[in-house]
Design a protein around this ligand. Structure first.
Ligand SMILES: C[S@@+](CC[C@H](N)C(=O)[O-])C[C@H]1O[C@@H](n2cnc3c(N)ncnc32)[C@H](O)[C@@H]1O
Length: 306
């Protein structure tokens, strides 16, 4: 089978998240061989859907719908095509097409269907770091400067875990998960009282989801995330923001590049915390200009620190 764009983009998405086939397989609880086969177009649609969700991989260029199966049906119906017509054009049986539209079937059949009903389907553009032209190769290796970290230590205490650390980063943490040393903050369990996360911004959503899951599982008591202000996903609104405290920073942080030079950040930043106490948040507000956003069950805290 020719390499379908979906497969090429799936591989690219995995790599851009810093995942190997083995680490993605571990995350999904399957053998690495299954990811290898999936990326070659062999496997089941439910498996593909799971991998896509893990990589924050969404398709555009199809019909409306929140899931792949809804998109497939929506796409066919929008074009006024009956199951019969699509069956003739694809060489698939009606039952196979109906099955794909219910989220079942094989990846091979799915690709065949997509080629006919949605030839322009592709991955929704991944979030970008927006570090600007000329800085692409190491754009996710921007380290939190020591002066900013001093405020974090002073407000929240000593850091137990940096889940996406780097050997060159000045962040002081008892445990550091370092990709180049075989660690993987998206797979390895988090631990400790306080985790501080300044993640690769090009895969922001996936890291926020990871932080949320680890906090919700009780693996860490408090998570403090230094991230760009990006609030466009439904997940951010529906799941994260009801439980997160968000501090909008006034001004910008100058992150350090791998040579230790300060880089002006071309976007606004926020500190997003899960499980932080009122005292911790008030201390942070007294040290760093900005404000805590009002959260419905927490109005009193926000008005105190505003
Ligand atoms: C923006 S830098 C921040 C480094 C450090 N946390 C800090 O605040 O200075 C993000 C780091 O995440 C690391 N990284 C990327 N994917 C990772 C993964 N799956 N597991 C652990 N670290 C990862 C990159 O190597 C990069 O150095």
């Amino acid at each position: 089978m020719m390499d379908h764009i979906l497969l090429t983009e799936l591989r690219a998405a995995r790599r851009s998240c810093g995942q190997s086939q083995a680490s993605l397989a571990a995350k999904l609880g399957v053998k690495p061989q299954m990811i290898k086969r999936l990326e070659a177009g062999v496997g089941s649609v439910p498996m593909l859907v799971e991998a896509m969700a893990a990589l924050d991989f969404q398709l555009i260029g199809m019909g409306p719908g929140g899931t792949l199966s809804e998109q497939l049906r929506g796409c066919r119906q929008k074009k006024g095509l009956s199951l019969e017509t699509v069956a003739k054009r694809t060489g698939l049986s009606r039952a196979t097409i109906a099955s794909l539209e219910c989220g079942r079937g094989s990846v091979r059949s799915l690709l065949c269907l997509l080629t006919v009903i949605a030839p322009k389907a592709g991955r929704r553009a991944p979030e970008r770091a927006y570090w600007g032209a000329g800085d692409k190769f190491d754009r996710d290796s921007r380290f939190t400067p020591p002066d900013f970290m001093e405020h974090i230590y002073a407000a929240f205490g000593e850091i137990d875990l940096d889940p996406c650390a780097h050997l060159l980063s000045p962040v002081i943490a008892r445990r550091r998960i370092i990709l180049s040393e075989g660690g993987d903050g998206l797979v390895d369990d988090w631990s400790g009282r306080l985790a501080f996360m300044n993640p690769p911004f090009s895969a922001l959503l996936i890291w926020l989801k990871r932080a949320f899951a680890q906090w919700q599982a009780g693996n860490v008591q408090t998570v403090v995330c230094l991230v760009p202000v990006r609030s466009d996903s439904a997940w951010f609104h529906e799941t994260l923001s009801p439980v997160a405290d968000i501090y909008l920073l006034q001004g910008r942080v100058r992150f350090l590049d791998s040579e230790g030079k300060g880089q002006p950040t071309p976007f606004s930043l926020m500190l997003l915390t899960l499980g932080a106490s009122t005292e911790q948040r008030m201390r942070f507000a007294s040290l760093v200009p900005g404000f805590w956003m009002t959260r419905a069950p927490d109005v009193a805290v926000s008005s105190l620190t505003a």
